[in-house]
Design a protein around this ligand. Structure first.
Ligand code: PNS
Length: 171
C-alpha cells in the first residue's frame, strides 16, 4: 500500500511571511502532504485572530491544491499531532540564533509525545529570507513601511487593511 507521508508545520503565522512559504515549498519536496497548524492561543495577543489567519493563509496556500491543509489548533502541539496521527513536525531555521529555542521545543515535544514518538525536522530558509520575522513585519507595517518584499501580496493587503482599521478606530 502506498502510504502518504505527512508532516505538520506549526506556528503562529501572525502573519505568514515569505520565509514560511519557503519552508512549506521545501517540505513539499520531502512529504506528500503538509498540514499548516496555526496556533490559536487565547492567552496570546495576536494581530490577526485565529479565524483571520486561517482565512488569509488558506487563500495564499490554495496554490498548492490538496497537498497543503490549513488547520488551527489550541493547547499542546503533541495533542494536535495525535489527533491527526502525524508523527513529524517541520520547523524553519533562519540562523544559528533560532537553534537554541528550536532544539528546546523539539526535545520538549519528543518528551511530551512519549510512546507516540514525535520527530522534528529543521529546514533552513533561503538566505534572502533569513532576516524576515513576523514580529518585524508587523512593526514595519504598523509604522507605514513597505513589507511587500517580505510577505505574499494577500498578507500585504491584509496588513494594510488591519492598520487602516486600527488607525481609524483610534481617531
Ligand atoms: O511561530 P511560533 O510562534 O514560533 O510557533 C511556536 C509554536 C506554535 C510551534 C509553539 O509555541 C507551540 O507548539 N505551541 C503550542 C503549545 C506547545 O505544545 N508547546 C510546546 C511545549 S513548551
Amino acid at each position: 500500500m502506498n502510504k502518504r507521508l505527512k508532516v505538520v508545520f506549526p506556528g503562529s503565522f501572525d502573519p505568514l511571511t515569505n520565509g514560511h512559504l519557503d519552508i512549506i515549498e521545501r517540505a513539499l519536496r520531502l512529504f506528500d502532504e503538509v498540514v499548516v497548524g496555526i496556533l490559536d492561543n487565547p492567552d496570546k495577543i495576536h494581530l490577526f485572530s485565529g479565524d483571520e489567519r486561517v482565512k488569509i493563509i488558506k487563500e495564499q496556500l490554495s496554490i498548492f491544491g490538496d497537498k497543503v491543509h490549513v488547520l488551527s489548533f489550541s493547547g499542546l502541539l503533541v495533542n494536535f499531532l495525535r489527533s491527526l496521527n502525524i508523527h513529524v513536525v517541520i520547523r524553519g531555521l533562519r540562523a544559528i540564533s533560532d537553534y537554541d529555542y528550536e532544539t528546546q521545543l523539539a526535545l520538549m515535544n519528543r518528551q511530551l509525545s512519549g510512546s507516540f514518538d514525535v520527530e522534528t525536522i529543521f529546514l533552513v530558509t533561503r538566505e534572502e529570507n533569513s532576516y524576515i520575522s513576523s514580529t518585524m513585519v508587523k512593526q514595519i507595517a504598523e509604522l507605514g513601511g513597505d513589507v511587500s518584499l517580505f510577505v505574499p501580496s494577500v498578507v500585504n493587503e491584509a496588513l494594510k487593511q488591519k492598520f487602516k482599521i486600527q488607525l481609524g478606530e483610534k481617531r
